[in-house]
Design a protein. Structure first.
Length: 181
């Protein structure tokens, strides 16, 4: 499985790095792309690292999964960022899987992809999904080809849902047994 992981400055550290690490451990090929004008990304808590590619150099038809982390960048860009919602729409139009955690589902809401769909997200984020069905009691969940997670503290459940979707319950259970979850 090939995953496209969207990065912007001020992404949430745990949601990004732990999700990537666990997916790679599960055999996913993960490409980290920058939506910034540079490959260098600065996380919400000051870590700097380099993305694998710029969005402009990517052919989305090569990917099975789009991952959108949360972080303070969401609140700072939600009303002007057209790149992430458009990318999500392209994945949805091609019946590909979209996984978003914490405030990341806000981009899906702006794209209209959560209308009449059950989802979870960081409390307060549901404001951008007025036609969705917010499930605040869920840590992570799958609804059709959309996987959502509540926040940094639910990364393990979020990744479990992704691995289960693509590789089945046994593979997801094996991953979590291997890390002593």
């Amino acid at each position: 499985m090939k995953a496209l992981f969207v990065l912007s400055n001020d992404i949430e550290d745990v949601e990004t790095l732990a999700t990537r690490g666990l997916l790679v451990r599960s055999g996913f090929d993960v490409t980290m792309i920058s939506t910034e004008e540079t490959l260098m990304i600065r996380t919400a808590f000051g870590l700097r690292f380099e993305a694998d590619a710029l969005l402009s150099g990517i052919n989305i038809s090569d990917y099975d999964l789009l991952i959108i982390p949360g972080g303070k960048y969401v609140a700072n860009t939600i009303n002007r960022n057209q790149v992430i919602p458009q990318l999500a729409k392209e994945f949805a139009a091609n019946d590909k899987v979209i996984a978003a955690i914490c405030a990341g589902p806000r981009f899906l809401g702006k794209a209209g992809l959560l209308d009449h769909t059950r989802f979870t997200a960081y409390p307060g984020s549901e404001v951008d999904m007025p036609n969705g069905i917010y499930c605040p009691e869920k840590k992570a969940m799958t609804e059709g080809n959309i996987i959502t997670g509540k926040g940094a503290g639910t990364v393990y459940q979020f990744v479990y849902e992704i691995v289960k979707y693509f590789k089945g319950t046994t593979a997801a259970d094996n991953l979590f047994e291997s890390i002593q979850y």
